[in-house]
Ligand binder design. Structure first.
Ligand code: SF4
Ligand code: SF4
Length: 418
């Protein structure tokens, strides 16, 4: 998937997801209404270019940027491992200059971690920056997880990757300041640092209260890196936070940079626009000098050629035009990470933003199984099945006119494992 993390903190109130069912593969519908009345979305699995360009061949990272005060210079375009299954893809990326890899125990039931460990074998450890999350294969650790269990989760990651230490571990999907500062996780992180098993502490978030959480993370002095959902024209207030982070030596890593990654499905996009969108999106993110780098999910060889072609490249007016057009086309279907405006209006406490994100994973990334697995964990009372006979008060609360009920019902049909 183009963006690197995915699941929610089970302790967070409105987005609490309760465990139930299983996993299955399946197909995705992909036609929906939007302001462009004639806009049709082409069904396609991967957010990579349909027609790889010859000029992309052998693309390399040409820019590495300081990652805060860690002393490491990360590849400006780096490797998100959420869909990783082939260690050869990792080796190819390393050959091309990628040196920062972001994984998590709950990416594909730890397959991501084991594959990454295999892929980096033989590369001098100090040339790489390996990142994982405080997490198990079942999901994010709760705020009050005993310290010993937090430590054990990291030990399990190290064992799966056959590593002696992780460079960075994130507290993942942080929605609240309470979770950000959870004492048990901080105590565990401190002990792991003392044991030489973790070098740096980070925080990732892409959900409501994003700016509050990230402001606190930077000001607290407790975090070495923040990983933030960040894409074209979203979250202008983050710019000040990013700037302060850089001043304080906190690394800033961007994720969710493809803004839903609908580009390969837009019938009103020309082939040239489809092929240039990802690179334009990356160039926009990296045009912010306070960003250390970005992570994008890479699972296939062609993505390496396509994505690294944008490394170190400046924005052009054509890039801006492509991004502007993309925004117009997806305006009323892209649920913005960090928004959450509609959540309090739902009488059934449906985790609207989460469910629409799961749909995005299925619809625009090669993650149908993962999306279904995540949806299967949602308490049925808070699933999209609740929308069937609802007058949809949520829609009046959405500033982007997203037809929430319709999209959630489609999501249910797409992801429900009957
Ligand atoms: S349609 Fe109704 S049940 Fe569904 S998310 Fe909106 S308010 Fe909640
Ligand atoms: S559906 Fe609309 S209001 Fe709700 S979180 Fe998404 S963008 Fe925000």
């Amino acid at each position: 998937m183009a963006d690197t993390d995915g699941k929610e903190n089970p302790r967070i109130s409105r987005r609490t997801l309760l465990t139930s069912g299983g996993v299955v593969a399946g197909g995705a519908a992909a036609v929906a209404a939007c302001k462009y009345g004639t806009q049709l979305f082409l069904v396609r699995e991967a957010p990579e270019a349909e027609a790889p360009q010859a000029r992309w061949a052998d693309s390399k990272v040409v820019s590495h940027r300081p990652l805060g005060k860690t002393g490491f210079a990360m590849s400006d375009i780096s490797f998100g491992c959420s869909d990783l299954t082939d260690p050869k893809v990792v080796r190819r990326a390393i050959e091309r200059g990628v040196n920062y890899f972001d994984t998590s125990p709950d990416y594909s039931d730890a397959v991501s971690e084991t594959t990454l460990g295999e892929g980096i074998r033989g590369t001098p450890r100090d040339q790489l920056f390996i990142v994982s999350k405080f997490c198990t294969t079942d999901g994010h650790l709760a705020d009050d997880t005993p310290v010993s269990e937090v430590i054990e989760s990291v030990n399990a990651s190290l064992k799966r990757m056959n590593l002696e230490y992780l460079d960075l571990v994130h507290i993942h999907a942080v929605n609240t300041v309470d979770r950000l500062m959870a004492p048990n996780i901080h105590e565990a992180a401190g002990r792991l640092k003392e044991q030489g098993k973790v070098r740096f502490l980070g925080v990732s978030s892409h959900t409501p209260d994003l700016e509050t959480v990230m402001r606190h993370a930077v000001d607290s002095g407790r975090f070495d890196v923040i990983m933030v959902a960040y894409n074209f024209k979203n979250w202008p207030d983050l710019h000040d936070i990013f700037h302060d982070a850089k001043e304080k030596g906190v690394g800033v890593v961007a994720m969710k940079t493809l803004k839903g990654a609908y580009h390969s499905q837009l019938a009103d996009f020309t082939p040239t626009e489809r092929e240039s969108f990802a690179q334009a999106a990356f160039k926009w993110v990296l045009s912010n000098p306070d960003v250390s780098g970005l992570v994008v999910t890479i699972a296939h060889f062609p993505q390496i050629d396509e994505y690294l072609y944008a490394s170190g490249q400046p924005m052009t007016s054509q890039d801006t035009a492509v991004l502007e057009k993309y925004d117009r086309l997806v305006s009323n279907r892209y649920c913005r990470p960090g928004c959450g405006e509609c959540l309090d209006s739902c009488p059934n406490e449906v985790a609207i933003d989460d469910l629409l994100r799961f749909r995005m994973y299925a619809e625009t990334y090669k993650q149908q199984r993962e999306a279904m697995r995540m949806y299967a964990k949602v308490d049925v009372a808070r699933s999209a099945s609740s929308c069937t006979h609802c007058p949809a008060p949520c829609e009046a609360a959405c500033p982007f006119d997203i037809p929430i009920r319709q999209r959630l019902l489609e999501t249910h049909r797409m992801l429900h494992w009957a």
